[in-house]
Write a protein that binds this ligand. Structure first.
Ligand code: PLP
Length: 399
C-alpha cells in the first residue's frame, strides 16, 4: 500500500540522529553539562553579526510581499548575480547568475544534480569515508546505483586504485567532498589533478562524460589556505554549495548548484538541474535568505574557534594514544579506534555519556567521527573520558 523503501527510510533514523536524540534524553536525566555530545555537525559559532543586521535591514527597507514572495525558480536574479560576482572575485572565473540554481541547502543541490544526471542503469561513485545521505539521495531519490571506493585510511586523500576499480561504462558521476565530512581531509592540488586526469581518460574510454559532483558545504572551513577549486581542474564539474556551515545557517536551508559554462552542453545541463528541481517540487530556495547570502561577499563565521577546538582535541587525543590524520578543514576528527570496531567503541563511549558516531555508516569501519563544533569546555572535560576509554582497551590488550 505504501512505497516500502520510503517506509523504511522514514522509520529508520540515521545513526547520527539516534545518538543526538539519545543525548537529549540523557541531558534531561543527568544535566546537559554532563553529556558530551560530539554527534552532530551543527555549527557552534554564531552567525556573523551582519547576518541578523541584514535581515533587519531587509525587513525594514523592502516590501514584505517581495521578500516573502515566490522568486523565479532558480532564484532571484540579482541574488544569483551577486553570488556569481563573489565567486568570480575569489576564483578568477567569469560566471553569471544564469549558471547558478539556488537551493534549500547542499542536500537539495545534490538531489537536483543526481536527478538531473541519472538515466536508467547509471552509477554514481562516492569515495569513503562519505556522507551517508548520498546513498538515499542517489538510490531512492534518483533511481541510480551508488558504488563506493575504499578509503585511503592513512591520509584520507583518494585511494585511486579502488576508485579506478569502481569506474565502468555505467559511471555517470563521481561525488567528492573536500573539506571532508567525516575525515576533515582537504584534497591537495595533486590529488585533484590526478582525479581530473583519471576522469578525463575514463570519459574518453567510455565515450561519454563522467561528471564530478563537488559537494562543498565546508569550502571555507579550512585551516591551511583555500581548498583547490575543482572547476579549474575539470570541466565537467557541478558544484553543490551551501552557507549552512560557513555562515552557521543550517536551519535556514540555503545553497546552490553551479553549472559552469565549461560543462558539456552546459545549457542543457543547467536546464536538467532546473527540471530536476521542478520535478522534486523545490519551487524556489527560501526567499529571504536568497537576499541575505547575496550580501555575504565571501565573509564567513569565526573559523578560528574551530581551529582552536581542533588543536585542543587533537593534542589531547594524541597524548592519550589515539591515531588520526590531522584535519585540515571542516569540523570533524576521524580517529582509528582501539579494538578496530567503531560501533563497539561508540557503544562503550555512550556508557560514559560520550557520543561519537561509528565510521561504519561512512563506509569506513574501525573509526569514529568526533564533531568538534562544540563549546571548548566540552572538549576539555571530555578528554579524560577519551583517555579512560583508551586505558580500558589497553588493559584488555586491544590497543
Ligand atoms: N554534504 C555534506 C558532506 C554534509 O556534511 C552536509 C551536512 O552536514 C550536507 C551535504 C548537507 O548540507 P545542507 O545542510 O546545506 O543541506
Amino acid at each position: 500500500m505504501y512505497a516500502q523503501d520510503m517506509v523504511m527510510l522514514g522509520s529508520q533514523r540515521s545513526v547520527i540522529r539516534e545518538l543526538f536524540e539519545y543525548g537529549n534524553q540523557r541531558a534531561a536525566q543527568v544535566g546537559r553539562e554532563n553529556v558530551f555530545d560530539f554527534s552532530l555537525g551543527n555549527p557552534s559559532v554564531p552567525s556573523p553579526g551582519w547576518v541578523n543586521e541584514s535581515i533587519r535591514q531587509l525587513l525594514d527597507t523592502q516590501s514584505s510581499l517581495q521578500l516573502h514572495g515566490y522568486t523565479s525558480a532558480p532564484g532571484d536574479l540579482t541574488a544569483r548575480q551577486a553570488v556569481a560576482a563573489d565567486l568570480n572575485r575569489r576564483f578568477g572565473t567569469n560566471y553569471t547568475g544564469a549558471e547558478l540554481y539556488l537551493t534549500a541547502g547542499a542536500a537539495a543541490a545534490l538531489c537536483a544534480c543526481f536527478r538531473a544526471l541519472a538515466e536508467p542503469g547509471d552509477e554514481f561513485v562516492a569515495i569513503a569515508p562519505y556522507f551517508p545521505e548520498y546513498r538515499c539521495f542517489v538510490e531512492q531519490g534518483a533511481g541510480a546505483k551508488l558504488r563506493v571506493a575504499e578509503a585511503d585510511t592513512e591520509t584520507f586523500q583518494i585511494n585511486f586504485e579502488s576508485l579506478a576499480g569502481c569506474l565502468n561504462p555505467h559511471t555517470k558521476a563521481v561525488i567528492v567532498n573536500s573539506p571532508n565530512n567525516p575525515s576533515g581531509a582537504v584534497y591537495t592540488a595533486e590529488t585533484v589533478q590526478k582525479l581530473a586526469d583519471m576522469l578525463r581518460s575514463a570519459s574518453e574510454e567510455y565515450g561519454h562524460p563522467i561528471y564530478l559532483i563537488s559537494d562543498e558545504p565546508y569550502r571555507e572551513i579550512v585551516y591551511d589556505g583555500p581548498a583547490p577549486f575543482l572547476p579549474a581542474y575539470y570541466d565537467n564539474t557541478l558544484v553543490c554549495y551551501s552557507w549552512s556551515k560557513s555562515l552557521s545557517l543550517p536551519g535556514e536551508r540555503i545553497g546552490y548548484v553551479l553549472v559552469p559554462p565549461q560543462v558539456t552542453d552546459a545549457q542543457l545541463a543547467y536546464a536538467a538541474v532546473c527540471g530536476a528541481g521542478r520535478s522534486l517540487g523545490y519551487v524556489n530556495a527560501p526567499s529571504l535568505f536568497q537576499r541575505v547570502v547575496a550580501l555575504a561577499n565571501g565573509r564567513v563565521g569565526d573559523i578560528d574557534a574551530y581551529r582552536r577546538n581542533r588543536d585542543l582535541l587533537c593534542q589531547g587525543l594524541a597524548d592519550a594514544g589515539y591515531k588520526f590524520a590531522l584535519p585540515q578543514g571542516a569540523f570533524y576528527l576521524f580517529p582509528a579506534v582501539p579494538g578496530g570496531d567503531g560501533e563497539a567503541f561508540s557503544r562503550r563511549a555512550m556508557e560514559l555519556d560520550l557520543l561519537v558516531v561509528p565510521g561504519e555508516g561512512f563506509g569506513c569501519p574501525g573509526h569514529v567521527r568526533i564533531s568538534y563544533c562544540v563549546a571548548e569546555d566540552t572538549i576539555r572535560r571530555a578528554l579524560p573520558l577519551f583517555a579512560k576509554l583508551m586505558e580500558e582497551y589497553k588493559a584488555q590488550g586491544l590497543a
